[in-house]
Write a protein that binds this ligand. Structure first.
Ligand SMILES: Nc1nc2[nH]cnc2c(=O)[nH]1
Ligand SMILES: [Zn+2]
Length: 447
């Protein structure tokens, strides 16, 4: 439903940096999808009296509701959703060969692709993912169906046709020339839609599936069309061994990508579990971002990613669900797993490695926006940004969070903080009652 001008009043929470969570009562005015004004409740009252909001729809939140920025999923695989929760009994390379490539091959069937992707996009929006950075499959037409679903349901999406040219027994790869042509075809198609929310991403799967010739070509294409690049790095030790064996002249996995010009400030690398000090310096110096994917890192037993160390190396980090290596499509789940994994690392002797809930919330919102180079548009509620937001109702009727009368703090500020904290630790998609992308409502539990 489209309301051109809308003003929300009530508790509003967002981050301005890793260490700065801002939560207070106030208002946000949205015109044509953009945040045009914000301020305190007192300022709202005065403006409303003066007739400023006469043409606005006014949404007054209840005392148990609040608004946060939409979640950003920096890394997930749309074609793998039919396998979610399945086949997590093997490490990465075996898992890819046994379960994943076989499923992805099916997306040569465009009708199948269209049906799955329509469900995937809706599932993510239901979970509050207003922006997703997707891997599609090897297929141009199939992956264009993902583009169409994102446009249809109004999700902000960065979408890549996966590139692979190394032979595998599943027969799931392309010859180099064909692959490079298809990537250009895909990019031109996506750009021809001229949709403000969807952009193509150059997507070499990883250095196990792509040789230097292909990666050189892909880096050139990314430059030519000014596209982002996404891939995987240092997820699993057998993967790293293989990459180093097949690229004996490169001193690290990171250098394999760098030799092809893949590492730029428009590059998002998933996982980064086992980076060396050298690689941390390399990624940082190139402005590469990391998508931290805690669910799949544990489900595929890849390792415990030292997120704090990556952040301390001045690398921008966002969160990824990495379905179906990850078993959960929700960024709220990724927030919790980020806290848990980093706490495990701290408990094993790594001082100050734990991330608290406010830091993990930042990674899920503004951190993710920065990682995707979208923080000029989304990530928090700065005036001038697009209004991508979630309306949370903490005590929604059918939810997990019960209200215990007389036990909550007295000051409004404490109350607001407790509401957000309860949602972060205990909430789920049932508490996400409305979802907005660029000011348009894309989920409404009340309608
Ligand atoms: N988790 C994960 N890692 C990968 N590395 C290369 N491809 C994949 C994939 O599909 N999932
Ligand atoms: Zn992945």
């Amino acid at each position: 439903m489209k309301d051109k001008n809308i003003v929300f009043t009530g508790i509003i929470a967002s981050s301005s940096s890793l260490n700065d969570l801002i939560i207070n009562s106030g208002y946000i005015a949205v015109e044509d999808g953009k945040i045009t004004k914000k301020g305190s409740i007192e300022e709202f009252d005065a403006l409303e009296k003066s007739g400023e909001f006469a043409t606005f729809k006014v949404v007054k939140l209840s005392s148990d509701q609040f608004i946060i920025p939409g979640f950003v999923d920096c890394h997930t695989h749309a074609p793998q959703f039919p396998n979610i929760g399945l086949g997590l009994d093997r490490p990465l390379l075996e898992w890819l060969a046994k379960y994943t490539f076989h499923l992805e091959k099916k997306y040569s069937d465009t009708e199948f692709a269209a049906k799955v992707y329509d469900q995937v996009v809706q599932r993510l929006l239901k979970n509050g993912t207003t922006t997703a950075c997707y891997f599609g499959s090897l297929h141009v037409e199939g992956t264009l169906e993902l583009v169409k679903s994102a446009i249809k349901h109004r999700q902000r999406a960065l979408i890549g046709k996966v590139s692979m040219n190394k032979e595998n027994f599943a027969g799931y790869y392309n010859e180099t020339k064909k692959e490079l042509e298809e990537v250009e075809t895909f990019i031109k198609h996506v750009k021809s839609y001229q949709n403000e929310l969807v952009e193509p991403v150059v997507t070499p799967r990883f250095a196990v599936s792509c040789d230097k010739q292909l990666m050189d070509g892909l880096a050139n294409i990314a430059k030519k069309y000014d596209c982002r690049i996404q891939s995987h790095i240092s997820e699993n030790t057998s993967e790293i061994d293989y990459v180093l064996e097949t690229n004996p002249k490169c001193k690290s996995y990171g250098h394999v990508y760098d030799d092809s010009g893949i590492l730029t400030n428009k590059c998002i690398m998933a996982h980064a579990v086992h980076l060396t000090e050298d690689e941390l310096t390399l990624l940082s110096s190139k402005g590469v971002s990391v998508a931290h994917c805690p669910a799949s890192n544990t489900r595929l037993k890849s390792g415990l990613c030292p997120v704090r160390k990556i952040i301390n190396a001045n690398i921008t980090v966002g969160l990824g669900t990495d379905v179906s290596g990850g078993d959960n499509a929700s960024i709220l789940d990724a927030i919790r797993r980020t806290m848990d994994i980093s706490t495990c690392l701290e408990m094993r002797g790594n001082e100050k490695y734990a991330l608290d809930w406010k830091e993990a919330f930042y990674l899920a919102t503004l951190g993710g926006a920065k990682a995707l180079n979208l923080d000029h548009k989304i990530g928090n509620f700065d005036v001038g940004k697009d209004f991508d937001a979630l309306l949370i109702d903490v005590y929604t009727k059918d939810g997990q969070i019960d209200k215990y009368e007389g036990t909550l703090p007295n000051t409004p500020d404490e109350y607001a903080l407790d509401l957000l904290q309860k949602f972060i630790f205990v909430g789920d998609d049932r508490n996400i009652v409305q979802v907005y992308v660029k000011g348009e409502k894309v989920k409404d539990a009340y309608s």
